[in-house]
Ligand binder design. Structure first.
Ligand SMILES: [Zn+2]
Ligand SMILES: [Zn+2]
Length: 368
């Protein structure tokens, strides 16, 4: 379902930055999970809307494309047009980047937002898993037709030896002394939205309330291990370089029953030696000699599938464009495809044999 971020914030499409901020503050205040009318889902939605609309670039993208990205792309919520979040900490690595939620780049608001994501009220030791960002390079053809890709990445997954408990033996647990088994510690925080009593996860037991007498040897008590995983991603045809797909819950696992993070896949389209993209159309320039242009002939041209032959009529001039309908790029929005545009370029030979030269001279004398 497409989300109307303007509607979510209760503002007009032409709202000013100031109006967006005001609306956001009012609503975030109202629906903050620590408030009487608090609603974590709504709060998350409001924040999503704000993240997009408060960013000039993202707002423009959203206005242009909406998030109606996922027609006929079963399976994935692809609402993220370039929806990388601001201020993420790209801790680079060969196997993809990791977003760091709650990093120092985040303002108070966002820290607050994300701490609110960590679960329902009263159980803030539930922690949402981290989001992961990766880059995915695709071919021009995959971009044009859409593709099912498999991404391999290293990420934290639940330790299979202890089932995520972190304990060597399940029965071998003792109550955490720091939090008295509650798993969280209450503290007051001041944000621009006001003062909130927030519960922070107990660092001693990571919110579990219990500590293993002996730690799981495989994960060293963390409950998570890093491993290589394969994740399927449906790339919609017509996607552009730099656009980001999101795969729900394919990030790192949550803690203490919290939801998993999401995976953000930023697409990079490789250049094509023959084709150039212009909107939904593909452009290809074909070079033909003067004689072909003059007398007409069938010439071979590349398409997204196999090469085909098209007829060049006699008397074709340089710059002439032939349009092959529906042979272009799959439309990201709506149905159908763009066209394949074939541009004719007549080339003059640089070197001529003696015979060729005398023949051309004859043509010249004939006024050609
Ligand atoms: Zn383990
Ligand atoms: Zn504790």
């Amino acid at each position: 379902m497409a989300k109307d971020y303007y509607k979510i914030l209760g503002i007009e499409k032409n709202a000013s930055d100031e109006e967006i901020k005001k609306a956001y503050r009012r609503l975030a205040h109202k629906y903050h999970p620590d408030k009487k009318e608090g609603d974590a889902e709504k709060f998350k939605e409001i924040n999503q809307a704000y993240q997009i609309l408060s960013n000039k670039e993202k707002r423009a993208q959203y206005d242009q494309f909406g998030d109606s990205f996922n027609q006929d792309q079963g399976g994935f919520r692809s609402s993220g047009f370039g929806q990388g979040f601001p201020g993420f900490d790209f801790g680079g690595g060969q196997d993809g980047f990791e977003f760091n939620f709650g990093g120092s780049n985040f303002g108070d608001v966002f820290e607050d937002v994300f701490s609110a994501f960590t679960g329902t009220r009263g159980s803030s030791n539930k922690r949402r898993g981290r989001d992961i960002g990766v880059d995915l390079e695709i071919t021009f053809e995959e971009m044009a037709n859409g593709a099912n890709k498999e991404i391999e990445l290293f990420k934290k997954i639940k330790c299979d030896q202890c089932q995520g408990s972190g304990a060597k033996s399940k029965t071998d647990l003792k109550e955490c002394e720091t939090c008295k088994g509650v798993g969280e510690i209450k503290s007051q925080r001041r944000t621009i939205l006001g003062t909130f009593v927030t519960k922070t996860t107990c660092k001693e037991c990571q919110g579990k309330g219990k500590i293993p007498k002996e730690k799981c040897p495989k994960c060293k008590g963390e409950g998570l291990i890093k491993d290589k995983v394969k994740i399927k991603v449906t790339v919609p045809g017509g996607i552009k370089s730099g656009q980001t797909l999101s795969v729900d819950s394919a990030g790192e696992p949550g803690e203490n029953g919290g939801p998993a993070g999401d995976l953000y896949v930023t697409i990079h389209v490789k250049d094509h030696p023959e084709f150039e993209r212009r909107g939904d159309n593909i452009w290809h320039t074909v070079k033909i000699p003067f004689s072909t242009a003059t007398l007409g002939d069938k010439i071979k041209i590349p398409t997204l599938k196999d090469p085909i032959k098209i007829k060049i009529p006699a008397g074709t001039s340089s710059g002439k464009i032939f349009r092959l309908r529906g042979e272009g790029i799959k439309k990201l929005r709506g149905y159908g495809r763009g066209d394949l545009m074939i541009k004719i370029q007549i080339t003059a030979p640089k070197k001529l044999t003696r015979k060729q030269k005398s023949l051309i001279k004859e043509l010249q004398e004939e006024g050609l």
